[in-house]
Write a protein that binds this ligand. Structure first.
Ligand SMILES: NC(=O)c1ccc[n+]([C@@H]2O[C@H](COP(=O)([O-])OP(=O)(O)OC[C@H]3O[C@@H](n4cnc5c(N)ncnc54)[C@H](O)[C@@H]3O)[C@@H](O)[C@H]2O)c1
Length: 390
């Protein structure tokens, strides 16, 4: 009895804290939901000299870094995110950095909800859209293809329809090198045939096709950026990559390396050592998130009504998984244990970009190398063992 009472007593403050946490979250989400009528109203009007960008998926890894850069560059930003994968903590960091009225608003909504999306476009005066929101794991897409076609292809169709209906004429679309599949010739140029080999790549290619076909009938300014493998984080340590713990198995190599270095997982699982590459492991082109976002800002500046720009955004240099692991060991100072396993379904051997088009036309090139990116990202990871809940 005493034991039960003591346990009840010790859980009491925890429950109060938990309840307070939920109430705070509720107020935060409610205040920022489309139906909440508070705020400055600046978001609902176009303002000369101010470009208002809708950032879908802005609570996520790349979208939050994009929001930070846009705000730093004096854009007005509305984030729409359903928090299925992103972090409210990232949005809070951004709101604390830019608290002034009319700078940043967060709207909790699902892009698959046509009525909610229409309401968002009715109530806000957007000048451009950066569409990041998506589920984005190759392995998961082979296990749950319908989810991917719905979340990526169908939601993009809905978003483009809303843009057309509300006269929003600039779209920067997050595409991927996964739309190319496994081309025979490297490096990959924008003219390399797109033959995706997994539902993720196929869903993204279909979304591109929808955008391209629509653009032929409108004067929309479209920029499609096909990213390679994104790594790194804000060099000033304000934002980082914090996928949900349940996504660790699906996860990307950088997250797994850091988790292994922190002892959260026992070691690193490298899937596939018999690929036709120099050391048998997959080769990827790792692009730093700060560089990637710089390409978005340049794409926005170059977006032209009635024109489409398609660009590979990568470094042009491939690194093998083994090389990546060595760089990660150096960045973290930890001798990470590595386990070699069979191939993962849906993976391809070698992918790296030819970034000469984006260099030439947008004046963009990658500045960070693999080692620098991992060292910067490790600083944030070390300081945020529990992601944004720290
Ligand atoms: N990370 C990479 O290496 C990489 C490479 C190529 C392309 N991309 C593309 O970049 C984009 C961003 O990827 P990321 O790595 O930041 O992923 P992420 O999971 O960190 O962020 C995606 C965000 O979208 C939100 N979201 C998902 N479905 C939504 C919906 N239906 N409604 C509203 N919000 C929704 C999630 O909650 C999350 O905040 C994706 O489109 C992805 O396909 C990423």
């Amino acid at each position: 009895m005493d034991f039960v009472d003591a346990r009840r007593k010790s859980q009491f403050p925890r429950k109060i804290l938990l309840a307070a946490g939920f109430i705070t979250l509720f107020i935060f989400v409610f205040k920022n939901s489309p139906s909440f009528s508070g705020g400055s109203g600046k978001f609902s009007q176009h303002e000369p000299g101010v470009t208002h960008v809708l950032v879908t998926g802005g609570a996520g890894y790349i979208g939050s870094h994009a929001t930070l850069r846009l705000l730093k560059d004096s854009y007005r930003v509305t984030i729409v995110d359903n928090l299925s994968r992103g972090n409210l903590g990232a949005v809070k960091v951004l709101q604390e950095l830019f608290p002034e009225p009319g700078r940043l608003q967060f709207i909790y909504a699902d892009l698959g909800d046509a009525a909610a999306v229409d309401k968002i476009f009715s109530g806000n005066a957007f000048d451009a859209v950066m569409h990041f929101a998506a589920v984005a794991y190759v392995g998961e897409s082979t296990a749950e293809p319908l989810r991917y076609y719905h979340n990526i292809t169908s939601n993009t169709l809905l978003l483009v329809k809303a843009m057309a209906a509300h006269g929003v004429k600039t779209l920067i679309y997050s595409s991927t090198c996964a739309t190319y599949g496994e081309p025979e010739k490297m490096p990959i140029t924008e003219d390399t045939p797109q033959v995706p080999i997994n539902p993720y790549g196929k869903a993204k290619k279909m979304a591109e096709d929808i955008i391209l076909d629509f653009s032929k009938t409108s004067d929309m300014a479209v920029m499609i950026l096909r990213y390679f493998n994104v790594i790194g984080s804000d060099p000033d340590g304000r934002l980082g990559e914090a996928p949900r713990p349940e996504l660790r198995e699906q996860g990307r190599i950088s997250g797994a390396c850091f988790d292994a270095a922190r002892g959260i997982i026992p070691g690193l699982k490298v899937r596939g050592t018999d690929y036709k590459t120099s050391d048998g492991t997959c080769i990827r082109d790792y692009i730093d998130v700060t560089d990637l976002i710089d390409a978005h800002v340049k794409a926005l500046a170059h977006a032209t009504p009635g024109k489409v720009g398609i660009y590979n955004v990568g470094t042009g240099k491939g690194s093998s998984v083994k090389e990546f692991v060595e760089a990660c060991k150096k960045a973290t100072g930890v001798d990470i244990k590595v386990e070699y396993l069979a191939r993962r379904p849906g993976d391809y051997a070698e992918v790296f970009s030819d970034p000469s088009k984006v260099n030439r036309e947008l004046g963009w090139s990658a500045k960070y190398n693999l080692q620098d990116s991992l060292s910067i990202a490790w600083k944030w990871q070390k300081a945020h063992r529990n992601g944004y809940s720290n």
